[in-house]
Design a protein around this ligand. Structure first.
Ligand code: FES
Length: 273
């Protein structure tokens, strides 16, 4: 018998807050479970199973009406708690309580949208705050799909050091001709014909599928956060946040430089497995 996919008992990041505007609807997949993510006109984000409780139509085909999500097929409308509040074919009736979309917890933290099952015991994601350096200014770099399992990505990430921001600020266009030499288990030397920069790295699991990668280089400290979203056994979405010690005078270019580097990261992760 085929088992219905269910959400893991964990907070899972499914994308950046900035990519879901008011009135917008997106589809995300966590461990083969398809969800509809939508933002109401008050600005609240919601995560539900992508199935209308009436006849199973994908709710992502519908549209946001104020603070309700309307199904495309028969136009039933559901409030933020998933309760059906309006059925156009019988407009004067009050829909029964049993007419409800299957909802999940959905919160925003660090510029990411996070989803967890309603019965997940750690319902307050703010508990993560004490594990993340809150003094740092984290900014989204990019989300990308990697054709590799989350387990393999997790095992491999720590061995792929990221360039320190002091190098990236100097070379906003490319680091492709820099050599990377491993000095010890956690210390690397970045060098080209003109410069040599030592960097030491630390990798820390904050919670399952959410890891922090620290880089200290010549008195500056940069942090990358990797949030992994398992799509299925072969595919993972990786959401990448950056907090350099100092945003350069051109922070947009710095973010673009790391986004460029992340393509190389994706290639390295996909090559190995
Ligand atoms: S299938 Fe959604 S309203 Fe009928």
């Amino acid at each position: 018998m085929i088992q219905k996919p269910v959400l893991p008992k964990n907070w899972v990041a499914v994308g950046f807050s900035q990519d879901l505007e008011k009135g917008q609807i997106n589809i995300v997949i966590i461990e083969e479970l398809e969800l509809v993510i939508w933002r109401d006109h008050k600005g609240q984000a919601h995560a539900w199973d992508n199935r209308c409780p009436h006849r199973g139509t994908r709710l992502s085909l519908g549209f946001v009406r104020g603070n309700q999500l309307a199904c495309l097929y028969h136009g039933w409308q559901f409030g933020g708690d998933g309760q059906c509040v309006y059925t156009p074919s019988i407009p004067d009736s009050t829909p029964p309580k049993s007419l409800k979309a299957h909802t999940h917890r959905c919160v925003e933290f660090l510029g990411l949208i996070w989803v967890a099952p309603l019965d997940f015991e750690h319902k307050d994601i703010r508990g993560l705050e004490s594990h993340v350096r809150d003094s740092m200014d984290f900014q989204p770099v990019r989300s990308m799909i990697i054709y590799c399992s989350a387990e393999n990505i997790f095992n491999r990430l720590a061995s792929i050091p990221f360039p320190p921001s002091r190098i990236m600020s100097r070379r906003l266009r490319s680091i492709s001709n820099m050599r990377l030499i491993r000095e010890t288990e956690s210390v690397f030397l970045w060098e080209d014909d003109e410069n040599r920069t030592l960097a030491s790295y630390q990798f820390r699991e904050i919670q399952p599928d959410f890891v922090e990668f620290n880089c200290e280089s010549e008195g500056t400290a940069d942090v990358l956060l990797f949030a992994l979203q398992k799509i299925d056994s072969q595919k993972t979405a990786l959401h990448l946040l950056l907090a350099p010690e100092n945003w350069s005078s051109d922070p947009i270019s710095l973010k673009l430089a790391y986004a460029q580097w992340s393509k190389k990261l994706r290639n390295q992760l996909e090559q190995v497995f």
